[in-house]
Design a protein around this ligand. Structure first.
Ligand code: ADP
Ligand code: ASP
Ligand code: MG
Length: 813
């Protein structure tokens, strides 16, 4: 005897039923076959909707019934040869008429009992099984139909009836003994009570029918044919990288389906497990795929986790109160109250202080639960021994399942760390004492993210994904994108890192794609994007709620920097090329740092000082390893270097400044560089990183730029500058006379920072600086005689982009 079950999508239309028929045909041998089928996919929903509409007095129910009729008629017409259609067509019509009569009655009475719901729903499986028998007969198979209602006996708990196994097993065995047909088709899902009324086994219950029959017939294996290639490591609709689980234990399959893996109906496992009958889950649409085998002792897998699943629509009930401590009977009364109301408890936790009990239930039952529980504890609530029941809605449960967890410590640590690092707040935790599942209650809006985080953590040892949002695609931003493209393969091969660009914005447009924007084609995509609004950009990053999100700010925009706190609070890491935030008020800088710590995000801004040079990173490494900064001396302005390296008395100062601007070394307003403001910001950032509470006004600036040059527009500035040529010349010759060069030096010592022009002699570490070079000398407790020197190009789009790139990788890991 073989038992095969085909689900709703496998029998959704004539085309699919053809596939089912050929699977059955191939299986035919001396061993008889029992085929259990679902209704044509979507039909059960339509039937139940018709009943509900009729009971509400809504005539739309007739349209729904018409849809039910059309689906079946069309299926028959395209499935069976014309000459063999009439019997099945009239059978369909007769039953649809009956169904219409029932719904008309419901419409008139405005009453829909659970019993009539089951009656209505039963037409789905009844018709599908009849149509399939007819199909099998037309291809020459000795096929018969058998009404499951004559075999499976239940109580009268309509829509969710409990099976009476004693009489059911007896009936099935007796029937099997006298059944002579090669193939018998049974409608799944439906059964009957002792009075002969139709009952159903709960939504998705055809799997259960098949398992009941398989167990009673003591078959060697049960095959469940569906539209996926087996039980998967996670719901494939939510986790695109979910993989088929080749082997799984009964216990694990039960836990996964109980916690939401829809691929099998949870009660299915019980009857077959008792008889040790293996279950094979196969894909009707991919015959060559191996599928999943469910049995008692499957081979171990690499990860100690077998799968991850989730249930939405959960409410958490918390009963709290000092009056509960040490007094027995509180939980008994709580659970009794819920049980009397037939409210199913999905999860339970109780702190060892016994101060509170927390239970997870279906959200739909929450209001009823609140009433009955408050009633049962009304005396304790009045006397303030217990608080009124606290109900929290909008929650979900995510569960990790695996029999091997118990022998491997650290699974829950890894689970909670991964969720926490990505800003998923955990409301309650439960671990069954069998230790084959750990479940966490989280907000429903975080479910997709949480599943993906956990899936990556436990199943995708191959890649780690960074979800990147970039604002600013000017010089540096576009170089960054080019570098990202060039390095994609390297990062995957060597760091097992995948950077997915989810959002890009410039000052005019923004574009998003959850599956990733093509780095080779970002320009046209951005051009077709929505108008840029920084509020919307930030809001989108937050609402996408993707794991391992990083925002790279490659602008110089003041407004954008004011949004960093909102992102960090949602555990989105920030990589800022933009100096505004780190050099704004100390209070904001500090706030961002502590938000990053609190919400497990990163706030990185290496390129704020010395472009791609590892200056802030080095400073942090020194401090973290216990060193102390005594003094820093630095040349941090590529612009000022360029100007003083090229100003040698042969050309006017104005000409040199103009050249620097033309060659792109200066800010649009060169005075920001010449006045030393930019260098002040940089040394302030270094001082802050060294632990100093310091603001811009605390940095002394011995500016060499005459006051007159600071007034008016850039144009005015270029008019004013030549008037001061003598002043600049004097600065130069004074230095030359002592054999020194002019350098604009930033210094930090004893908590004080200053910037200004200095004479640097050839013996000094700052003397040999060329082009756009920056240099920082760190004098520390460990580097006393000779400083630790970081030196190299401190400006330029390519090196800056590479610094941002390095920060992105750091943030993502
Ligand atoms: P059938 O109609 O064949 O009974 P179902 O729709 O009831 O099929 O169940 C199969 C569906 O279950 C799949 O299409 C898939 O989207 C969903 N599903 C949810 N979780 C899982 C999982 N962990 N593994 C496989 N499928 C899952
Ligand atoms: N047709 C029923 C349902 O949709 C039973 C099943 O498909 O398993 O719930
Ligand atoms: Mg199903």
């Amino acid at each position: 005897m073989q038992v095969l079950k085909f689900g709703g999508s496998s029998v959704a239309n004539a085309n699919n039923i053809d596939k089912v028929a050929s699977i059955i045909l191939q299986k035919i041998n001396a061993d008889k076959i029992i085929v259990v089928v679902s209704a044509l996919g979507g039909i059960t929903d339509l039937l139940l909707e018709s009943g509900a509409l009729a009971s509400e007095g809504d005539e739309l129910y007739k349209e729904k019934l018409l849809m039910v009729e059309t689906r079946h008629i069309e299926t028959v017409k395209s499935l069976l040869p014309v000459t063999q259609q009439s019997h099945t067509l009239s059978l369909v019509k007769a039953h649809i008429n009956e169904l219409e009569d029932i719904c008309n009655g419901i419409f008139l009475l405005r009453e829909l009992t659970l019993r009539s719901k089951d009656r209505i729903a039963s037409y789905g499986e009844f018709l599908s099984s009849q149509i399939i028998v007819a199909k099998l007969e037309t291809i020459g198979i000795d096929a018969a139909w058998k009404d499951s209602r004559k075999l499976i006996m239940t109580d009268s708990n309509y829509t969710f009836a409990a099976v009476d196994f004693t009489s059911t097993n007896k009936k099935i065995s007796a029937w099997i003994k006298q059944n002579k047909h090669a193939v018998t088709v049974l409608p799944g899902f439906i059964a009957s009570d002792v009075d002969g009324n139709t009952t159903t086994l709960g939504r998705g219950g055809s799997d259960y029918t098949a398992a009941i029959v398989a167990a009673a017939a003591d078959v060697s294996a049960l095959e469940i044919w569906t539209d996926v290639s087996g039980m998967m490591t996670a719901d494939p609709r939510l986790v695109s990288t979910a993989k088929v689980i080749p082997h799984i234990s009964y216990q694990e399959a039960m836990e996964l389906s109980h916690f939401g893996a829809k691929v099998i109906y949870p009660p299915t496992i019980q009857p077959v497990m008792k008889k040790n009958i293996p279950v094979l889950i196969k894909n009707t649409f991919a015959l060559d795929d191996e599928g999943t085998e469910i049995k008692s002792t499957p081979p171990k897998n690499e990860s100690n986790i077998r799968g991850i699943s989730s249930i939405n629509g959960v409410a958490l009930l918390s009963l709290e109160g000092s009056g509960m401590v040490g007094i027995p009977g509180f939980s008994k009364r709580l659970f009794e109250a819920l049980a009397n109301e037939k409210i199913n408890v999905i999860l339970i936790t109780q702190g060892s202080s016994e101060h509170s009990i927390c239970v997870g239930i279906n959200e739909q039952n929450a209001s009823r639960a609140k009433i009955v529980v408050d009633q049962i504890f009304s005396h304790e609530i009045e006397t303030t021994k217990v608080e009124p029941l606290n109900v929290e809605r909008g929650l979900s449960i995510v569960a990790l399942v695996g029999d091997n967890m118990k022998s491997h410590p650290g699974v829950s640590g890894k689970m909670f760390y991964a969720l926490g690092r990505n800003g998923v707040n955990i409301r309650a935790i439960a671990q069954g004492s069998s230790e084959s599942n750990i479940s966490a209650v989280i907000a429903e809006r975080d479910v997709k993210k949480a599943l993906n985080i956990l899936h990556e953590e436990f199943f995708e040892t191959t890649y780690k994904q960074i979800n990147l949002f970039i604002a600013g695609v000017g010089n540096v931003g576009s170089k960054l994108l080019a570098q990202l493209q060039q390095q994609q393969a390297y990062l995957q091969d060597h760091l097992r890192l995948q950077i997915r660009i989810v959002g890009i914005a410039n000052s005019r447009k923004m574009v998003f794609s959850e599956t990733g924007i093509d780095v080779q084609n970002w320009k046209p995509e951005l051009e077709q994007g929505a108008p840029m609004s920084i509020e919307k950009f930030v809001h989108t990053i937050i609402s996408k709620n993707m794991r391992n999100s990083v925002f790279a700010d490659v602008t110089a925009n003041n407004d954008i920097a004011t949004f960093y706190d909102r992102l960090l609070e949602k555990s989105v890491s920030i990589v800022a090329c933009n100096k505004v935030a780190a050099s704004s008020s100390y209070e904001y800088y500090k706030k961002l740092k502590s938000l990053a710590r609190e919400f497990n995000a990163q706030f990185l801004f290496e390129t704020n000082v010395g472009a791609g040079l590892p200056i802030i990173g080095t400073l942090n490494d020194l401090l973290r390893s216990g060193d102390e900064i005594i003094r820093m001396e630095a040349v941090l302005s590529g612009t000022l270097n360029f100007v003083f390296n090229n100003y040698d008395g042969t050309r006017t100062f104005t000409k040199v400044v103009k050249q620097a601007q033309d060659e792109g070394y200066t800010e649009p307003d060169p005075r920001l560089d010449l006045s030393g403001t930019d260098v002040m910001r940089k040394i302030m950032i270094l001082a802050r990183e060294a632990g100093q509470h310091i603001e811009m006004e605390d940095v002394a600036n011995n500016s060499f730029l005459p006051e007159g040059c600071m007034q008016g527009t850039v144009e005015d500035f270029y008019k004013e500058l030549p008037k001061h040529e003598e002043h600049f010349k004097k600065l130069f010759t004074e230095a030359q006379e002592t054999g020194s060069k002019l350098k604009f030096v930033a210094t930090y010592e004893n908590g004080k920072a200053s910037v200004g022009l200095q004479h640097i002699n050839p013996q000094h570490d700052l003397y040999h600086l060329y082009g756009k070079d920056n240099v920082v000398l760190f004098y520390t407790n460990r580097y006393t005689e000779q400083p630790l020197v970081v030196k190299g190009a401190g400006a330029g789009a390519e090196v800056t982009a590479s610094g941002v790139f390095a920060d992105i990788i750091r943030a993502g890991r």
